[in-house]
Write a protein that binds this ligand. Structure first.
Ligand code: UDP
Length: 235
């Protein structure tokens, strides 16, 4: 059983069929899935939410100042954090949003020790605003915040992909599932886990990563209870 974990959710998990923006129904279903997995486990859960359903600096910001494009992306993650908080609380779980970009009217500022206090009180903490710095992605935010709050593992949630393969299983029917790998193997074999900056930080700090299918029934709960699910990456 884990004590404290960090769950990375892509912004797309909040979007409906179109893949853009926030669908309240999709977000409500996601929140119910997470709270049902968490209920009664006593595991402390922090979440980092991405913003790809609104904007990715590199993809959408072509022709713009790249830093400005990235700041727009970070703002998108705050909208997602607010929507997810609303849905988590409707599902019965007290939740706090902390933003790396100060936005006092809608979110608490990110203060490490306060985040830890919320977790100790069994509140789910959602980190919005990425790192508050451009030229990063929310994968690095996941790693950074996990290390800061002393999470034991980063859980990289996927949709319809049950872990890491040696090539893309959607393109290659012979792709082989990898149940376990070291950080170094992931780097050397260029396996798709998280971006290189985030991965290097995990490797340097010996932070384990699990890549798993959040949308397969019971997976998250089994993971939280310490069962092996998906792909485990550790030193
Ligand atoms: N972003 C950033 N710094 C951060 C985190 C995010 O500049 O620390 C920006 C970046 O432009 C990124 C966008 O926010 O493309 C959305 O985040 P991400 O692509 O990680 O979202 P996801 O793919 O997980 O939904």
């Amino acid at each position: 059983m884990f004590k404290r974990v960090l769950l990375k959710l892509s912004g797309e998990f909040l979007a409906g069929e179109s893949g853009f923006g926030i669908s309240p129904d999709t977000t409500a279903a996601l929140a119910r899935r997470i709270t049902a997995a968490l209920d009664g486990t006593g595991v402390e859960l922090a979440i980092v939410i991405g913003g790809g359903n609104f904007w990715r600096g590199e993809r959408n910001g072509k022709g713009m100042d790249p830093a400005t494009a990235d700041y727009i992306g970070m703002l998108g993650t705050v909208m997602n954090a607010m929507a997810l908080q609303d849905a988590m609380e409707t599902a019965g779980r007290p939740t706090r949003v902390m933003s790396a970009i100060q936005m006092a009217a809608v979110a608490e500022p990110y203060i490490r020790r306060r985040a830890i206090r919320h977790l100790e009180k069994e509140r789910v903490v959602i980190f919005g605003g990425g790192n508050g710095a451009p030229f990063f992605t929310t994968d690095t935010t996941s790693t950074l915040r996990a290390l800061e709050i002393g999470a034991e593992v980063v859980l990289m949630a996927k949709n319809k992909v049950d872990g890491v393969y040696d090539s893309d299983p959607r393109k290659n029917p012979d792709a082989k599932f990898i149940a376990q790998a070291t950080h170094l193997e992931v780097v050397e074999q260029r396996l798709e886990v998280m971006d290189a900056t985030a991965l290097t930080l995990c490797m340097d700090r010996g932070l384990p990563i699990v890549v798993f299918d959040l949308f397969q029934e019971g997976n998250l709960r089994r993971l939280l209870q310490g069962e092996r699910v998906g792909t485990l990456i550790q030193s």
